[in-house]
Write a protein that binds this ligand. Structure first.
Ligand code: ZN
Length: 498
């Protein structure tokens, strides 16, 4: 057995090292690499993913995993988790031919660059041919490895284990029925919330200083990570002691910067609090995109847009932006943070309309995967759905279908986890409040009790626990979206005096 365990940990170390190199390459591509670096990077990523594929998918590994599975009672819980996760990962890619798997990495690298150019020039036709290739490859991979049921299920399950179109349909149907009328009621309300001061000019240097202050204050360990800049904010973890986040600074939209910083900090804090005993390992990361997003949204919205949070943070913020907010009362700032108005850009959407943006993407992805839609038809489909759910129509593709990076990176099936994460976050917060004085912690700027609860109930497990089990054990019940809908209703009815 000792020999097998050694082989298991060797395999883990090798795969984790390749992941490390690929993550660092991606981070560099999005923050520092020059424009002309794309071709060499695409080749390097193709090489690295070939290396990953061949390291994981071969007869020796298959025999090793089967042997360990047959003797799982002799394994420590950690080794047993490694074995199970590796079996899952093996299952996920082994049916795809190695060359096609690696070629997809190269295609994604090129598609990302095409998307960036298309977005910059506001011209969908620059991205369309690459998008078509990404879609065709995605469908081909589903054909190789489909898990049954609706073909989209295979992709949903990649990002949120156990998620199916049936479950997602029920979730989005419920949100549509409850949220669309509330959005309409708000748009018809006479209440006018003053928020012009948010769009005033806030110097970038002051925003940078405030971002650093915020991330450290909410629990980001500054010696085990860093903050950089990118067009699309994101988090990347190399290890629990090197978690990198990015934000974007916009002089006339300080709230957007701040929300991005807190959001990515939430992701990063999850990664920084995975069990240190795992070391550099395939299990030392968040368990699913939905659970990950629940952590970022908990910090961004449930905390960062709450009264208690600003009881503590408002005065320091006034200090960072000298003279800019002296005339604005804390209560007015809180309301301005919680205005709701249908908008076209997902990342700038308010908490209430946000899930409708996700619904649009969910429905389009489901249709793309299930049928043969011409890619050139997609912009119109996109615009029609915005008009149907949000009552507004993009005037061009820049504020329409070209806004998100995801499809260029082959991330079909990822979007639903954003809405699920928002819903999970409310259920987690409710459960946390039974043990922790959350408002007291927020209003005193002392995040320790909150971080402790999150670490104990969610973070520490890394990938060793599935999303459903985390929710069940942390909250005492299965996922229930009613908490989320009730939270939104209660909050927005108060803000708009409905
Ligand atoms: Zn996120």
């Amino acid at each position: 057995m000792e020999r097998y365990l050694k082989a298991l940990n060797q395999l883990d170390m090798k795969l984790s090292s390749i992941n490390y190199a690929m993550s660092l390459t991606s981070f560099d591509a999005m923050t520092a690499a020059p424009k002309n670096s794309v071709e060499a990077r695409a080749t390097a990523l193709e090489g690295l993913s070939t290396f990953y594929f061949e390291t994981l998918v071969n007869e020796d590994v298959k025999n090793l995993l089967n042997h360990l599975n047959d003797h799982s009672e002799a394994l420590t819980p950690t080794d047993c988790s490694k074995m199970k996760i590796l079996m899952q990962d093996y299952e996920q890619i082994s049916k795809i031919p190695s060359e096609e798997y690696a070629a997809f990495e190269a295609l994604k690298a090129r598609a990302s660059v095409a998307w960036e150019e298309a977005k910059e020039k506001n011209d969908f036709s620059i991205f369309a041919p690459k998008l078509e290739q990404v879609i065709n490859t995605t469908k081909q991979f589903i054909a190789y490895r489909g898990i049954g049921g609706h073909p989209y299920n295979t992709l949903l399950d990649d990002y949120e284990k156990g998620l199916t179109t049936e479950k997602a349909d029920a979730f989005f149907d419920y949100l549509r029925a409850e949220i669309v009328p509330l959005v309409k009621a708000i748009s018809e309300s006479d209440v006018k919330i003053e928020d012009d001061f948010i769009k005033a000019s806030y110097p970038i240097e002051e925003q940078k200083a405030f971002s650093k202050f915020l991330m450290e204050k909410v629990g980001f360990r500054m010696d085990s990570g860093l903050l950089a800049e990118s067009v699309h904010p994101f988090t990347i973890n190399l290890s629990r002691e090197d978690v990198r986040i990015t934000t974007r600074y916009m002089e006339n939209d300080m709230v957007s910067t701040m929300a991005s910083t807190i959001h990515e900090s939430g992701h990063a804090i999850y990664e920084q609090n995975v069990d240190s005993a795992f070391g550099l390992s395939i299990i030392a990361t968040g368990t699913s995109m939905g659970i990950h997003e629940s952590q970022s949204r908990l910090f961004e919205n449930n905390f960062g847009r709450s009264k208690a949070f600003w009881d503590y943070f408002y005065e320091p913020m006034q200090g960072f932006f000298k003279g800019k907010l002296d005339h604005v009362a804390k209560e007015d700032f809180y309301k301005a943070l919680n205005t709701s108005k249908p908008s076209l850009i997902r990342v700038d959407a308010d908490e209430l309309t946000y899930p409708l943006h996700i619904m649009v993407r969910y429905e389009i992805e489901k249709a793309i995967i299930a049928s043969d839609i011409d890619v050139y038809e997609l912009p119109k489909l996109w615009n029609d759905k915005y008009e149907a759910y949000l009552g507004i129509r993009p005037k061009d593709d820049g504020e329409g279908i070209l806004q998100d990076v995801h499809w260029s990176e082959g991330l079909f099936g990822y979007f639903p986890s954003y809405a699920l994460g928002s819903a999970y976050s409310v259920q987690f917060e409710k459960a946390m409040k039974k043990e922790v004085d959350v408002d007291g912690a927020l209003s005193s700027g002392d995040f320790k009790p909150i971080l402790k609860w999150l670490e104990k109930n969610i973070h520490v497990f890394g990938r060793t626990k599935d999303p459903d089990d985390i929710i069940m054990d942390a909250t005492g019940e299965a996922f229930n979206p009613e908490f989320y809908v009730n939270y939104l209703k209660e909050k927005y009815r108060k803000v708009y005096a409905l």
